[in-house]
Structure formats: structure tokens, C-alpha cells
Ligand binder design. Structure first.
Ligand SMILES: Nc1ncnc2c1ncn2[C@@H]1O[C@H](COP(=O)(O)OP(=O)(O)OP(=O)(O)O)[C@@H](O)[C@H]1O
Ligand SMILES: [Mg+2]
Length: 372
């Protein structure tokens, strides 16, 4: 049976009162009887027997009440002391988890997040301690994420900055004027830095839930057709075939055209980047699919590329996450694209699913709430 703290306190206090009250009543009764026996043995003498009945009763009353007064006072002092000691002991036991929790809270307040209080029971204290442990775990995770973010941002900023610094120093040492090619490469690095800073800014807004969307009715089939047209050239340059198919036309959705374009550009650029020459990329639009008890419009971007190992899929939408194989390809991505896409789609009330098989290909399915 699960006992709440309130029930435990109620039962303990009730038992103390019952035991003390009961013991007091019994001892009082026994003591009183023993005093009558005492009186019978030692106080009944010739003077008592010769006294009239009224006086005899008075003598008995004086004897017994005198003894009882002392007994009651002694008994009271004893039971008050015992009651207080037992209450102290029980309250100590009942508040032990609370004291452990307070000690842990003080450690957290001093910045030590590495605390875990053992959960002693299923009562209110147990629940509070459980919630506290969950909370510190989340704080630890948030702190780890913050450290990782700072390290990643520093790393990503350092690379283009050191490239620019090196080039400028070389030019300075050689006492040469900067050639147009070098200027172009410097400008590339500056653009890369600019994109990175912009991506980080948008991502931090999205993560804080402060991304302002300018949602308007949009024909998704026309929009996708235009996006596919825009990136088709790049795909063809990489020896890839790109197609778009819509199961209905028009497909109305409420969306921020600029953000949604960014989502699909991200997915299509990835598909181009991670599909070897000769591969195929297809974009399929379905106007209504039933998912999670709601109706969505689904866009599937499928490629026949290098794929993603199953164990990497869970981290795919994390900031700066890049699959090892992709890192080795020197493709120059920062690993922010999917994270941004995920947040943009979520801000629209949708979600992204991914299915992939290494060396066979990948499908990213974007679900957006269907309708006007
Ligand atoms: N279509 C795909 N096929 C295989 N791997 C993919 C595909 N799309 C994404 N990935 C993997 O997921 C990782 C994260 O993708 P994401 O778009 O977030 O970053 P990125 O493309 O490396 O850089 P960015 O988009 O910021 O320029 C990629 O580095 C790659 O390893
Ligand atoms: Mg990308």
C-alpha cells in the first residue's frame, strides 16, 4: 500500500496519542487499586475503625487523593517527555528525505549540477525528489549543450578567420598587392562567415520560439516547381537527374514562403551534396496524407546517395551534427541546415521524418498542416 506523507504523520501522531493515553489510563487504574490495597493493609487501625462512617470516607479520600496527585504529576511529566522524544524521533525520520533534498538544492544553487538524490519512497517526497532529479538532469544537459555550442561556434568561426588571416599575412610579408583571385577567395570566406552568423541567429530565434513567421496562403506545388527549377542546374552539373511530381495542383498551404523555400533548398542541397554522380533526386508532393490523427501535406525528397547509418539518424537534426563519412568528404557544410529546417517546419506546425539506407539513398519527408 502506498502511504502519503500526510497519512504517515496522521498515523504516527494518532498512535502516539493512543499509546500515551492508554498507558496513562492503565497505570493510573493499577496505581489507584494498589493505593486502596496499601490503605487496607497499613491505614486501617483502631482509631480509623472507631471513627464514624463520614469521617472514615474523608480519611480514605485524603489518603488516596494525596497519593494520586503526586502520581498524576509524575506520570504527566514522564509522558510529556516520552511523547516529545518519540515525536522528535518520528519527525526526524519523516523529514530525512526533505533534508537530503535541501542539501542537494544548496549544491545546485552553488553551481554543482552533478547531484542525484536517491528516491526513498513513492510518497509526496518521492515525487518531489524524482522531479528534482529530472530537473537537474535537464540542467546538466542544457549546460552540456551550451558548452558544445560555444565550442562548435568557436571552431566554425576559427576556420574561415584563420584562412583569411593567413592569406593577408602572406600578402603582407611578400609585400605584394592583393590579387583579384585572392580577393575573391577572401570574399568567399567572408560570405561563409556571414552565412554562419545568419544561420546561428535564425536558429537561436527558432529555438527560443521567437521566430516570426509571415504565413500566407501558398500554392506549394508551384513553389516546389520553382525551387526544383532553381537547383536543377547545380544537380545537372554534378551529373544528377532531378525530377518533381505533384499528385495534385494547386496544393494550398498556409506558410511563410521564404522560410519554406529555405527548408527545401536545404534538403535539395544536401541531396545534391551527398549523392554521387549518376544518381537521381526526386521530389514528390502529396496534398493530403493522414498522420498522427491529422491531415498533412507531404513533400518527400528522395535521393540515391550515400545514405545515413541508422545510429546517426537520431542526431541528424542536432546543431552542427555531421555524419563522419560526410565530414571526410570536405563538402564544407557546417551541419546547421537540417537543424534549421527542422525548426522552421516545426514553427509551421509540421514535422520532418527521415528514412535512409547506407549506400542506397535517403528520403526526407516534410509534413505541413494541410489546408488553406
Ligand atoms: N541526403 C542526405 N544523404 C546523406 N547524408 C545526409 C543527407 N542529408 C544530410 N545528410 C547528413 O546529415 C548531416 C547534417 O546535414 P545538414 O544539412 O544539417 O548539414 P550540412 O549539409 O553538413 O551543412 P549545412 O547544411 O549547414 O551547409 C550532413 O553533414 C550529412 O552527413
Ligand atoms: Mg545541409
Amino acid at each position: 500500500m502506498k502511504w502519503t506523507v500526510r497519512q504517515k504523520i496522521f498515523v504516527c501522531m494518532g498512535l502516539i496519542v493512543l499509546i500515551i493515553g492508554g498507558v496513562h489510563a492503565v497505570t493510573k487504574q493499577v496505581y489507584m487499586e494498589s493505593q486502596f490495597d496499601e490503605f487496607r493493609k497499613h491505614e486501617i487501625d483502631a482509631a480509623y475503625l472507631s471513627a464514624p462512617p463520614g469521617e472514615q470516607i474523608e480519611i480514605l479520600k485524603t489518603f488516596v487523593s494525596g497519593k494520586m496527585k503526586l502520581f498524576v504529576l509524575g506520570n504527566l511529566a514522564f509522558f510529556i517527555a516520552t511523547g516529545l522524544l518519540i515525536s522528535l524521533w518520528i519527525s526526524g525520520i519523516l523529514t530525512l528525505p526533505l533534508r537530503k533534498l535541501v542539501a542537494a538544492i544548496e549544491r545546485v544553487a552553488q553551481g554543482d549540477l552533478d547531484v542525484n538524490v536517491p528516491v526513498p519512497s513513492n510518497d509526496e517526497y518521492g515525487k518531489v525528489i524524482h522531479t528534482f532529479n529530472d530537473m537537474t538532469l535537464r540542467l546538466r544537459e542544457a549546460e552540456d549543450a551550451r558548452r558544445r555550442l560555444v565550442a562548435d561556434v568557436a571552431h566554425e568561426l576559427r576556420t574561415p578567420l584563420s584562412i583569411m588571416q593567413l592569406k593577408l599575412e602572406n600578402a603582407q610579408q611578400a609585400d605584394q598587392s592583393v590579387s583579384p583571385e585572392m580577393l575573391l577567395r577572401l570574399q568567399d570566406e567572408v560570405i561563409r562567415l556571414g552565412h554562419l552568423v545568419e544561420d546561428l541567429h535564425v536558429l537561436s530565434l527558432a529555438e527560443a520560439g521567437r521566430l516570426a513567421l509571415d504565413c500566407k496562403p501558398l500554392d506549394l506545388s508551384a513553389k516546389l516547381e520553382q525551387i526544383v527549377d532553381d537547383v536543377k542546374m547545380e544537380a545537372e552539373e554534378n551529373g544528377l537527374e532531378m525530377s518533381f511530381h505533384s499528385k495534385a495542383k494547386p496544393v494550398p498551404v498556409m506558410a511563410d514562403a521564404r522560410r519554406i523555400t529555405q527548408v527545401f533548398i536545404n534538403l535539395l542541397t544536401n541531396a545534391i551534396r551527398y549523392t554521387p554522380e549518376g544518381g537521381k533526386i526526386s521530389v514528390v508532393l502529396e496534398d493530403t496524407v493522414q498522420e498522427r490523427n491529422a491531415v498533412y501535406t507531404r513533400v518527400s525528397v528522395t535521393d540515391t546517395g550515400i545514405g545515413i547509418p541508422a545510429e546517426e539518424l537520431t542526431h541528424l537534426f542536432d546543431r552542427f551534427y555531421r555524419v563522419e563519412k560526410a565530414r571526410a568528404r570536405h563538402t564544407g557544410g557546417t551541419g546547421l541546415g537540417l537543424s534549421i529546417a527542422h525548426h522552421f517546419v516545426r514553427a509551421h506546425g509540421g514535422f520532418i521524418r527521415v528514412a535512409s539506407e547506407p549506400d542506397r539513398g535517403t528520403t526526407f519527408a516534410v509534413y505541413l498542416p494541410a489546408g488553406e
